[in-house]
Write a protein that binds this ligand. Sequence first.
Ligand code: ZN
Ligand code: ZN
Length: 363
Amino acid sequence: MTTRLERLSARVADAGLDALIVSQPENRRYLSGFTGSSGWLLISPDKALLATDSRYTEQAGHQAPAFQVVQVSGDLARWLPDLVAQLKPATRIGFEAADLPHASYKHWTESLSSKSAGVQLLPTEDLVEPLRMVKEPEEREAILQAVRRADAAMDAIVPTIEPGMTERQVAWRLEEHMREHGAEAVSFETIVAAGPNGAMAHHRPDDTLLQEGQPIVIDMGARVDGYCSDLTRTVLLGRPDDTFKRIYDTVLSAQLTAIATLRSGMTGDQGDALARSLIEKASYGDKFGHSLGHGVGLAIHEPPRLGKGSPHPLQDDMVFTVEPGIYITGWGGVRIEDVVELAKGSAVVLSTARKRDTVRSSL
Ligand code: ZN
Ligand code: ZN
């Protein structure tokens, strides 16, 4: 934690700030180790304060030894001036603009201007997030454990699915398997999208019955020690027709090609193009509407983004997904997603779940 704080302090100083208030939950956990659902960090070059209410002060003391825990109650506007007074002469204090509702911002500034003359609250963006892009060994290990839980569930449950089951039943079996094998939670709501539902990238599982001959998109992940995994497989019950084969093969070869040719030093835009160019060549370019991938970590979606126009430089020890897809309204979708890490310049696949295009093709 101390190294993370040191790296952050340098960025806070470079931004011309005397201190930073961190409220975004994953950033708070990343910097402090504190996993509670409510708390604020106030970080300056010589102080690291963690303000939380009485439900959490004991837990915070154990989890965040690098921080001085301050018990607070009520709205932040009430106690912020007292905390800021401990930092003096801090006058330029940053806050995470993406995490603060405008109404709260107004209360904070009113309260500070009435009690702490000369203190300015300044919006910041992306001060902590770039630190989280490059994973430390223990973060990588937690992600790997989360990847393993999703892999095992996919490999165990996919062979058991049959026509007539509902999407919801399949989703529950997958979740149950992950939870029974050590996942502390799912990393997002499991997606099982059969037939035309698969054309909607974030379809929620419902009572749709699985049918032979339709693609079924299964997208899921586990959470271990706070870290997420993300895995998609597309399967078809019974015999695939030529359309499915063509689309599946296009997505798979785009994914495998991107993984084989990704290199550290590329931008997110260049990484995305490795897969997109193949899908475009197969005339499905307009059916691949999302980015190729996203970082995973404490959040299921975090930088870097591998997508059109993404400037994020990809570098060693980043962990992200590679997940091309083709979606045809009224027919369905095919998406194949693995988590990879960049090591020694190229991509190493962490996911091991089988890629099978069909389930029991003799049905
Ligand atoms: Zn996914
Ligand atoms: Zn994903």
